[in-house]
Ligand binder design. Structure first.
Ligand code: NDP
Length: 286
């Protein structure tokens, strides 16, 4: 059984991003810039934003964090997003979620210019993905695809993939990406009957549910590749995935751990998207 180490893989990908950024700067060009908008002082959000700042630093990218008071209005926040859209030095814009309760999230996110939408969640990017066209991909699903690629699973012809979870953030886009790579995809969710039986047919099983250790060995076909997107905090404060790692690890041919699996890949794909957006903005390398 192979453990797919997201920390190691993301460090490798970051290294190539770092080299590209260095070359960009050596040619006298401006650096790619990620602008992160943080509203309020939610401690978890603050720590995620710090993680993004550090990630940018680690590859030599510029980072701008705009910290806004929790009491600003929806219109004021939208104004800030628009300013970032118009700023030619900004390549990526990310509004850290969740927003405080008095905001409506979608109308804010919809204001982000699709070519700067490095979270890949804008309806335009979602539509491009659905149509199989080039756009900015959502980070977690894209990170999962990189993990599969890292173990030689690039063309998934003839393979059955089951995705448990159908959120716009993870399950839905991931199902589309798997299908683009020729997998035969089943999307399962809370209304699915005989979930264990369906999962046990999967060559590639992906859990994106948010239920600690719900995927046990009876859900897993012998030799399957198991990707655990879930991040759950247990009572003892430790993190665990949606997969019961200890129970499943000897049955799977490859498995991702939590922590240190999909999580680090997500931030890495954010950097990759910022670089991609930069290249589009600057027509760099064409
Ligand atoms: P959502 O809550 O938006 O979606 C959860 C999905 O799981 C829904 O489609 C839901 O079905 C389905 N579901 C819930 N209970 C069951 C069940 N008993 N059986 C089958 N399906 C079920 O979560 P997200 O997609 O945003 O996140 C999923 C997990 O991934 C979370 O743990 C989250 O923390 C983690 N995550 C990790 C990231 C990373 O970087 N590693 C990034 C993003 C998320 P229905 O649609 O019917 O309600």
């Amino acid at each position: 059984m192979k453990i797919i180490d997201g920390k190691e893989l993301s460090a490798k990908i970051r290294q190539t991003i770092k080299q590209e950024v260095q070359e960009i700067k050596e040619h006298g060009n401006r650096s790619p810039l990620l602008s992160v908008i943080l509203v309020g002082d939610n401690p978890a959000s603050q720590s995620y934003v710090r993680g993004k700042e550090n990630a940018c630093l680690s590859v030599g990218m510029e980072n701008r964090t705009i910290r806004l008071d929790a009491n600003i209005s929806q219109a004021e926040l939208i104004q800030v997003v628009r300013q970032q859209n118009e700023d030619p030095d900004v390549d990526g814009i990310l509004v850290q979620l969740p927003l405080p309760d008095h905001f409506e999230t979608n109308p804010v996110l919809d204001q982000i210019s699709p070519d700067k939408d490095v979270d890949g969640l804008h309806p335009v990017n979602a539509g491009l993905l659905l149509a199989g066209r080039d756009g900015l991909l959502p980070c977690t699903p894209n990170g999962v695809m990189e993990m599969l690629k890292s173990i030689g699973l690039e063309d998934l012809s003839g393979l059955n993939a089951v995705v448990v979870g159908r959120s716009n953030l993870v399950g839905k886009p991931l199902s589309l990406l798997l299908q683009q790579k020729n997998a035969t995809v089943t999307m399962a969710h809370s209304r699915t009957k005989d979930l264990a039986q369906i999962c046990s047919k999967a060559d590639i099983l992906i859990a994106a549910v948010g239920r600690p250790k719900m995927i046990t060995s009876e859900y897993v076909k012998a030799g399957a590749v198991v990707i655990d997107v879930g991040i759950n905090r247990m009572e003892n404060g430790k993190l665990c995935g949606d997969v019961d790692f200890e129970d499943v690890k000897d049955k799977a041919s490859a498995i991702t751990p939590v922590p240190g699996g999909v999580g680090p890949m997500t931030v890495c794909m954010l950097l990759m998207n910022t670089l991609k957006a930069y290249k589009e903005h600057e027509s760099y390398g064409r």
